[in-house]
Design a protein around this ligand. Structure first.
Ligand code: SF4
Length: 300
């Protein structure tokens, strides 16, 4: 199996822990920070450094970038989408480069996040929606993710994760039991193109998708179509062949590339290699969707 860094490595690193704290306030009690990205979630938990490290390791505290309420994306119905911080991939087209480092997220107590989930129960019920955990990569924080999903399921909430699958080997059976739908991003069918696009290996994603299908778990596939990068006919054929072999794929979403993340890359001082890449033409998008449809898949 391809070697993968333990996903908890970033969680317990001293830098990550330091990044969670404000300077000690006048009353000498360290507090977890809040920011606009986590606005509306009252993380009032007080703890000392030792307790904080233990809480992160146990998954009682996670690192979150932001949240938003969305409809018709990220799963069925109206969703509370939570973006966790940290991702092991470096996709050339990433439109959330500010979510890539776990230490840049805000600390959040799982109980506080579940309070917000609970607040939206009537909306979830009315729209058949639920909770989606995205990122970054949600499986970077498997202990926190597991607690969050468990808490949501105890409230009867429909749960979804949006993942690249690269860290799928770190998802326990118990964690998967608490997921109703997986949005799986397969970024290429050709291993070389996958590496060029993400900096990582394709195989863990293929293995995870097979595991999900073997467990009978519903999957929505997402494929980002980038002219000159992921649009090669043979590359799409390889993805489509694999997806067609997964018995539980309910839909495929072909997502046309856009460079709206470019400004964020530049603000972060990162080089955006796709600056001159155009959006795919309607004909190209239709060709690629057709490659999936030819295999009997439902494509959007
Ligand atoms: S997997 Fe998602 S969050 Fe991670 S680098 Fe790729 S696009 Fe960005």
């Amino acid at each position: 199996m391809t070697a993968v860094e333990p996903p908890t490595a970033g969680i317990v690193a001293p830098d990550g822990i330091n990044g969670f704290y404000e300077p000690v306030p006048e009353d000498n009690v360290p507090r977890l920070r809040r920011s606009a990205g986590t606005a509306g979630i009252a993380s009032a938990e007080l703890m000392d450094r030792h307790d904080h490290i233990a809480a992160v390791r146990a998954g009682r505290v996670g690192s979150m970038h932001s949240w938003e309420l969305v409809t018709a994306v990220d799963g069925p119905g109206t969703r509370l989408t939570v973006f966790l911080a940290g991702c092991p991939l470096r996709c050339l087209y990433c439109h959330n480069p500010d979510t890539l480092k776990m230490k840049d997220g805000e600390p959040i107590a799982v109980e506080d996040l579940l309070v917000r989930v609970k607040r939206y129960l009537p909306i979830f019920k009315a729209t058949r929606g639920g909770l989606t955990v995205s990122g970054g990569e949600p499986l970077m924080q498997p202990a926190f993710l597991g607690r969050l999903l468990r808490g949501a399921k105890e409230m009867g909430v429909h749960t979804t994760i949006d993942t690249s699958g690269f860290l799928g080997a770190y998802a326990s059976e118990a964690l998967l039991d608490d997921i109703d739908l997986v949005l799986l991003d397969i970024k290429s069918g050709d291993p070389e193109t996958y590496r060029r696009t993400t900096g990582r290996d394709l195989q863990p994603t293929l293995d995870f998708s097979r595991r999900l299908a073997d467990r009978g778990m519903p999957i929505w596939i997402r494929y980002v179509l980038v002219p000159g990068l992921t649009d090669d006919v043979d590359n799409v054929e390889a993805v489509a062949d694999h997806v067609a072999s997964l018995s539980t794929v309910a839909r495929v979403e072909v997502l046309p590339f856009h460079n709206m993340g470019r400004d964020k890359w530049e603000r972060l001082g990162m080089t955006y290699e796709l600056a001159d890449t155009p959006a795919p033409t309607a004909e190209l998008v239709e060709r690629v969707r057709g490659q999936f449809r030819q295999r009997g898949l439902t494509v959007y």
